[in-house]
Write a protein that binds this ligand. Structure first.
Ligand code: SAH
Length: 371
């Protein structure tokens, strides 16, 4: 239940420097923040009592004014391919889902940045839900913190989560002020300690924020391009009417230069008969050739009421081959965890209502929990 009387500071919402300020305001030395940070993130501890190298008085004072609150697991499902999906309840009573995709040598956690989305892309079911609210920093960091605990993370073992992608619900760059500090905690070496190439922010193309983020942090950037010309892109990704392709690509190359990044990943959802024809592939290759770009083709995941169909396997492979022939790196994103999507409708209990939406390239259902 949302607890309106809880005025404690959730430490998951603070960057390391924010935590330093917090402990200094308590009359402690700044290095206490580093100790705390390590307990919370490197050891995934959520209970001050267990933090044995902190003085007893400090621990009990902390317990009075602070806590470590992550979203709560409502249900967990495991796919036959090992993909895990959690339905998470936020303190506001809303729920989101989070997905973990294990692959040989890496584990990718797909997280959400907003409840709903305002970008209104025509092929995306989150758009149908409309925009509800931004997640705060603690709700974003809390997803990763919680997933580590759920996956049996141990500080002595191999890391389980090696990559985090902001490819769940929401437009991360529209929630800039919470996403940037959350990414900072993920990349902090005393925090979640993920390398900068392994925290990916995916955007539909908010150009001003793309330019700003080049100065503020050093995440990997993915851009939802989905069409090779303005006429088509403006139809399916409406933000293109404000920031057309040329402007978007300039912001991408600026980012790569400023960040000394390897490249930008361009996501391209494969919609049958809409954007998957050979001439589209050729146009796309002409746009990207010679630039630090790679293309990730995503087979469309249909949802109830959609006007689109997934491109045929043949069309997707042909598209990829034309890109490669045109001098552009391209891969096809494998669809994972299909079988547990089918099981979404089996949720019961406190979940009062459900809306179908999309997490990453997957179709999911969001439970609306009445507070
Ligand atoms: N708002 C961010 C994050 C979106 S999720 C963005 O637009 O980049 C990650 C990817 O999934 C995006 O490229 C998005 O366009 C894509 N996507 C959305 N709906 C989809 C669907 N039904 N099938 C496949 N991919 C989809």
């Amino acid at each position: 239940m949302a607890d309106a009387t809880n005025t404690k500071t959730n430490l998951l919402g603070l960057t390391r420097s924010g935590l330093e300020e917090f402990v200094v305001a308590m009359g402690e030395k700044p290095f206490r923040a580093r100790q705390l940070f390590k307990w919370i993130y490197r050891r995934a501890v959520g209970d001050f009592d267990a933090m044995t190298d902190l003085g007893k008085a400090f621990r009990s004072r902390l317990a009075e004014i602070a806590d470590i609150r992550a979203p709560e697991v409502i249900t967990e499902q495991v796919s036959s391919d090992g993909t895990r999906k959690w339905l998470l309840r936020l303190e506001s009573g809303q729920a989101i889902e989070m997905v973990f995709i294990p692959e040989p040598g890496r584990g990718t956690l797909c997280i959400s940045s907003q409840v709903g989305c305002a970008m209104d892309c025509t092929f995306c079911s989150t758009a149908q839900q409309g925009f509800n609210r931004n997640l705060d920093t603690a709700e974003i960091v809390g997803q990763v913190w919680l997933a580590n605990r759920e996956l049996g993370y141990s500080p002595d073992g191999d890391r389980v989560i090696t990559n985090v992608v902001f490819m769940g619900m929401g437009e991360p760059l529209a929630n800039y002020r919470n996403v940037v500090p959350a990414a900072e905690v993920m990349m902090d070496d005393l925090g979640l300690d993920l390398s900068r190439r392994r925290v990916t922010v995916s955007t539909s193309g908010l150009v001003p924020q793309m330019i700003r983020i080049a100065d503020d942090t050093n995440v990997a950037l993915a851009v939802s391009l989905h069409a090779p010309n303005d006429e088509l892109r403006s139809q399916i990704v409406p933000i293109n009417r404000i920031h057309p392709i040329a402007e978007l690509l300039d912001a991408c190359w600026h980012y790569v230069e400023k960040q000394n990044a390897r490249n930008v990943t361009f996501e391209y959802v494969m919609l049958d008969g809409v954007n998957d024809r050979p001439e589209h592939a050729r146009q796309l290759a002409a746009l990207l050739k010679g630039h630090p770009a790679k293309v990730n083709l995503i087979p469309f995941n249909p949802f109830p009421g959609t006007q689109y169909r997934r491109s045929t396997e043949e069309a997707i492979v042909r598209f990829r081959d034309l890109l490669v022939k045109g001098g552009v790196m391209a891969t096809i994103r494998r669809t994972r965890g299909d079988d547990i999507d089918a099981a979404c409708g089996q949720l019961v209990g406190r979940v009062n209502d459900r809306v179908t939406t999309r997490l990453g390239s997957k179709l999911i259902q969001i439970a609306v929990v009445q507070a």
